[in-house]
Design a protein around this ligand. Structure first.
Ligand code: SF4
Length: 252
């Protein structure tokens, strides 16, 4: 008798032709539920922990195989919401994906990381090829104001990934007047300088594409008055965060 319990993922949605979340064309699985409440979230409908589409790892991989000719230079990315909330499902999915030689990428805010579960996080990392880690704000108070949560788990997770020498791309959403202060960007750069596993840094310009979802769900979008950053603002932030940065490829 097989007593092992089937692990289900609580899936928000699936994108079969993702071009922005990892290398190549990717199958992107968005999981339901998020511990953060980012003011600029463009996936407001992923926050709830309610039961949505339930899928096993085998079901996800069978679906992936239907479009596998697209993904020869890509793979599978799990995003959210916050995928690490469903770490048991993630371990199962990425373990099975690696058995099929599929490139695996985790897109996370790191918000649910806790050292007490290090063994699980480390197990997941043995099956993960690349992590896209969002650092929403380096300043604790401003992070709390932006996301209603602490940035301590995020920074601790970044350090664990460094310790494991897991390849990571750091992402920072640039929101004028909120996440683009020069001092904060320099502070973030100092933190990034302590890491030796970074393969890329991406400054993502804030955009308002998510407002409709907030309105449709009956919530107030508090950043309506904030403009999207100009190209010069993005270039300035990129210069602070990336100029002469020692990426992993340069360190080896
Ligand atoms: S971490 Fe991502 S999904 Fe969660 S609230 Fe922030 S932007 Fe939205």
């Amino acid at each position: 008798m097989n007593l092992s319990k089937t692990v289900f993922g609580n899936v928000h949605s699936i994108e079969t032709f993702g071009a922005f979340d990892g290398p190549g064309i990717r199958y992107v699985l968005f999981l339901q539920g998020c511990p953060f409440q980012c003011q600029y979230c463009h996936n407001r409908d992923t926050w709830s922990y309610e039961k949505n589409k339930q899928m096993t790892a085998d079901e996800v991989l069978s679906d992936f195989e239907k479009y596998s000719h697209f993904y020869r230079k890509g793979g599978i990315t799990v995003s959210g919401g916050e995928p690490l909330l469903q770490i048991h499902f993630l371990i199962e999915l990425f373990r099975k994906a690696k058995e099929r030689n599929i490139h695996t990428c985790l897109d996370t805010s790191g918000g649910s990381y806790h050292t007490k579960n290090d063994a699980l996080f480390m197990e997941l990392m043995t099956y993960t090829d690349l992590v896209l880690l969002d650092i929403k704000h380096i300043d604790e108070k401003k992070h709390q104001s932006l996301t209603k949560s602490s940035n301590q788990p995020v920074l601790a997770f970044a350090k664990l990934l460094d310790q494991l020498q897991k390849k990571v791309i750091i992402r920072h959403v640039l929101v004028p007047t909120i996440t683009d202060e020069e001092e904060d960007l320099k502070h973030l750069r100092r933190f990034l300088n302590t890491l030796t596993n970074v393969v890329g840094i991406e400054v993502l310009p804030y955009h308002k594409a998510g407002i409709k979802k907030w309105n449709d769900l009956g919530y107030t979008y508090e950043l309506e008055h904030i403009s999207e950053p100009t190209k010069d603002m993005v270039k300035r932030a990129e210069a602070i965060l990336m100029n002469d940065y020692l990426f992993l490829s340069l360190l080896k």
